[in-house]
Design a protein around this ligand. Structure first.
Ligand code: EPU
Length: 320
């Protein structure tokens, strides 16, 4: 971190870790370091920090739970913000249900919110059981699976713009799509959800069913970042297509580059063994993409977010 960069935070309520290892903070467990990992201790400090980064042309990234993120081996420059102070883990749960019945700050862990809302008898988020994410990352990626996406229940979101000013947007303004949302600024502050009142026992039972499905189909105990690729859009006859199935049909289960390999349980997962590098994972993903293209004529789009030096826009986002 340069002296100029450290002056950015000197008078702010933040904790700064220069040259911070990012790999261990991701689910892959590999990858390089951040010039500066910054933990704001208040919303004010976050707002000022975001504004100063913009003013000085310093890259800003937000690290969530690291569950959908690959950090390249050479790491990243600029500032990586982590919103794990209690100020960013606040949530309000309104037991009666309805619009805005749950409001959670960006640093709240999605599994915790699902646990709390299901115990409170609020239905609507249980299809997301087993997805490791922060609320910020989950909204930014419109995280989801076969049982729905977080955007289905999103009511509103508060977003910081590049100058650090907060505006609140209705879900309809965020252009939610399949594994994407268009946030009108670099940092999500909080999101609110519309949930329905239901019997807590029934909601908790559905959480268990969704989790059991995931556990039986996915390699949850291995190091991975969940699905590597997005499912492609339906084919011309409207038939749904699955990236995992396409990779499987191309015969790629078990394919390896270095210590990264295509899971034998679910072909859309890349799992890593000790000694793996981010370069192994990137090379394997490129190889899989090319082989699927040769086999089925479909170009898969990566779901996992990759951070690296000089990657520009792709870096300025939450990870899920
Ligand atoms: N399939 C295969 N071979 C495989 C994997 C899957 O033939 O190796 C087939 C399955 O048999 C099934 C179809 O592909 O017929 C779909 O598989 P699955 O039900 O596992 O769902 P998916 O589309 O692969 C999606 C999400 C997952 C989410 C699950 C369950 C995407 C890219 N993936 O997977 O999300 O957990 O549904 O809800 O949308 C993630 O986003 O990281 C992720 C893992």
């Amino acid at each position: 971190m340069t002296a100029g960069a450290s002056r950015l935070f000197a008078d702010l309520e933040v904790d700064v870790e220069p040259d911070a290892a990012l790999g261990p903070r991701t689910w892959f467990g590999v990858g390089g370091r951040a010039d500066a990992l910054v933990r704001p201790r208040s919303i004010d400090a976050l707002q000022t920090l975001v504004g100063r980064c913009h003013r000085d042309g310093i890259e800003l990234r937000v690290l969530g739970e690291g569950a959908n993120l690959l950090v390249e081996d050479e790491g990243v420059g600029g500032v990586v913000v982590r919103l794990d102070h209690p100020a960013f883990r606040e949530r309000q749960i309104e037991g009666r249900g309805g619009a805005d019945s749950v409001r959670a700050h960006a640093g709240v862990e999605l599994p915790r919110l699902i646990l709390e809302t299901s115990r409170a008898g609020l239905a609507g988020l249980e299809g997301l059981a087993g997805i490791p994410a922060s609320i910020g990352g989950a909204v930014k990626m419109n995280a989801g699976g076969a049982f729905g996406a977080i955007g289905d229940r999103l009511h509103a979101a508060a977003v910081l713009d590049r100058r650090g000013e907060v505006s609140v947007y209705a879900a309809a303004d965020l252009k939610l799509g399949y594994r994407r949302a268009s946030l009108p600024g670099p940092v999500l502050l909080w999101a609110s959800f519309s949930l329905e009142s239901d019997d807590p026992m029934r909601v908790q039972e559905r959480v268990r069913e969704v989790f059991a499905y995931k556990r039986s189909t996915q390699p949850l105990s291995d190091h991975s970042a969940g699905c590597m690729f997005k499912n492609p859009p339906p084919d011309s006859s409207g038939e749904k297509r699955s990236a995992g199935q396409l990779i499987d049909q191309a015969g790629l289960k078990g394919l390896a580059v270095g210590a990264a390999s295509v899971s034998r349980q679910h072909a859309n997962f890349v799992t890593v063994a000790p000694g793996a590098t981010a370069a192994d994972i990137v090379a394997l993903a490129d190889l899989v993409s090319d082989r699927v293209f040769d086999h089925a004529g479909v170009r898969l789009e990566r779901e996992v977010v990759v951070w690296g030096r000089g990657r520009g826009e792709e870096g300025v986002r939450h990870d899920a």
